[in-house]
Design a protein around this ligand. Structure first.
Ligand code: DGY
Length: 323
């Protein structure tokens, strides 16, 4: 059986996978271009991909031998899941293992944005903290987390992990999910109430057809004046231009953004010029331990599928139901 992996992975995941198949791995440091992906996937039974690889109808049409896809990510918005399901191809993902790591980054961005840490860092680093600008009561004043209301958009595993951390900072918690969920310590509210009453908003929903552009211009306009928005979920959920306009006008105080509508971020992205936004290159799950765990799960999914078993973490388990 043949498998193509679109990248080297951390840990021993690929070495384990190679014991179960003939493994071809994209070795270049850059990402695999779409035409090379089509070419290398010819005749393959399995694909191990990243969130940067688009797995669409055209790819499936070009690779009829494919019978299992495993993505080293929890989000699968880069994959046409319906097209896979229609062909009976299981799609594996890597839930669970990145929850705490992503929640940590969320709190990191919340603090960094609220307390203007990157701005302050640039100020010191560029020698602007001098005798003409000594310590002053107004210097880099920000917002307190304690006593503030955090609105969590999406109360799945990551949203709940954000909630647990925010309790430690003395925040009051409100939350909204598309499917109503009871989460201890989080007051369930409507989306509109959350927008209007949260001092901080953390976006923790998956990107789906329902959540695309959830925080559009109208929603951002309904946010509490002076609020802080943090997005560690997916860029397509927040209207970046509307967010940039709100940050520039001062109607929002700050933002922390780890994910973008287009990644890598483009040079003309409106968020890049703003001092009151903290940016990161989609590093929510970027700890050594978590990336090794994600790679291991991605390999486990494919190893199971190649052996004719159900993937341990399958996004479309209906493919296993008898027709
Ligand atoms: C995912 O897995 O979907 C994250 O966005 C990257 O770790």
């Amino acid at each position: 059986m043949k498998v193509f992996a679109t990248s080297q992975l951390p840990g021993d995941a690929l070495a384990r996978l190679a014991q179960h198949c003939e493994l071809d791995t994209w070795e270049s440091s850059g990402p695999v271009p779409a035409d090379a992906l089509h070419e290398r996937l010819q005749g393959c039974d399995g694909l191990l991909c990243l969130l940067t690889n688009c797995v669409d109808q055209a790819l499936l049409d070009a690779c009829p031998a494919l019978r299992a896809v495993s993505s080293m990510s929890v989000g699968v918005d880069h994959v046409d899941v319906d097209a896979l399901t229609a062909r009976g191809i299981p799609l594996g993902n890597t839930p669970g293992v990145l929850v705490d790591t992503t929640a940590d980054l969320t709190l990191g961005l919340l603090l960094a944005a609220a307390r203007r840490i990157p701005e302050a860092d640039r100020f010191v680093r560029t020698g602007r903290w001098d005798s003409a600008s000594p310590w002053h009561p107004d210097m880099f004043v920000g917002r307190d987390l304690s006593g503030a209301t955090l609105g969590i958009v999406g109360l799945g595993a990551i949203g709940q992990a954000v909630a647990r951390r925010a309790v430690g900072f003395g925040m009051r918690l409100i939350g909204w999910s598309r499917t109503s969920r009871e989460v201890e310590g989080v007051e369930p509210v409507s989306f509109d109430t959350l927008l209007a009453s949260a001092d901080f908003i953390s976006v923790n929903v998956a990107l789906t057809a329902d959540t695309r552009n959830l925080l559009d211009r109208a929603a951002i306009a309904r946010m509490k004046p002076g609020a802080v928005l943090v997005n560690t979920a997916r860029g397509g959920i927040v209207d970046e231009q509307a967010l940039a306009d709100a940050l520039r006008s001062g109607s929002l105080f700050a933002a922390g953004v780890d994910v973008f509508g287009r990644e890598p971020v483009e040079a003309d992205n409106p968020l890049l010029d703003l001092p009151n936004v903290v940016l990161a290159p989609h590093i929510g799950s970027a700890s050594q331990r978590t990336r090794e765990r994600m790679a291991a799960l991605a390999a486990d999914n494919l190893i199971a599928a190649l052996a004719g078993k159900q993937m341990p973490h399958c996004v479309n388990p209906e493919v296993y139901e008898a027709p």
